[in-house]
Ligand binder design. Sequence first.
Ligand SMILES: Cc1cc2nc3c(=O)[nH]c(=O)nc-3n(C[C@H](O)[C@H](O)[C@H](O)COP(=O)(O)O)c2cc1C
Length: 194
Amino acid sequence: MNKFTDKIAVFLLCLLIPGLAWSETTPPKEKKVLVVYYSRTGHTQLVAEKLAKKFGADVERLIDQHKRTGVFGISSAGKDAVASNTTVIDALKHNPRDYDTILIGGPSWFGNVTPAVRTFIMQNDLSGKKIGLFGICHLTGVEHAIEEAADLISKGTLKKFPTMPLREGELAEDVLFKKIDVFYTEVMGETKKK
Ligand SMILES: Cc1cc2nc3c(=O)[nH]c(=O)nc-3n(C[C@H](O)[C@H](O)[C@H](O)COP(=O)(O)O)c2cc1C
């Protein structure tokens, strides 16, 4: 190597070594809040994405392996929700154990929790987690569905959780952001600095 290439090599090493040292010593970014949701037609998804932004959260979308589209799919959706049936959901991409706050949401089906959300709650140990519950319906039933989710999580101990029940008419950003601000304060016990 001539002197010029030597200089370039030294310069590149100087750039590289601090970079290597940094990557070794920097701990992995802590992810503390997880938003878990099921959405058939996208309304809960929209809310979940706004929540994730506000809370700085990771997002886990529950995928129901049971078909919930078409006449038969929708009728089985209603029947399963009313009968408190569980379903089969895809493997989770995030481990709820790694989070201390979990926000759980989904649509209300005839005033009931969806099978996917029920399945998630029943398959995961949520004790000791800070929980927030949100849900959506067209006109009526979401409060009942959220209550049902709370009962499932608290296993009959009637524990109260912060909740954010929504109707489709409240998805406009100005309304939704105000609701999310209130929910954030209830869940985190503080107001987020802007
Ligand atoms: C099987 C089934 C039952 C439903 N029952 C009700 C109901 O009783 N009351 C209501 O207001 N909306 C009801 N809905 C509408 C959904 O709750 C509503 O459209 C919600 O916004 C859908 O959320 P998503 O887009 O996240 O799936 C029902 C929908 C389905 C598929």
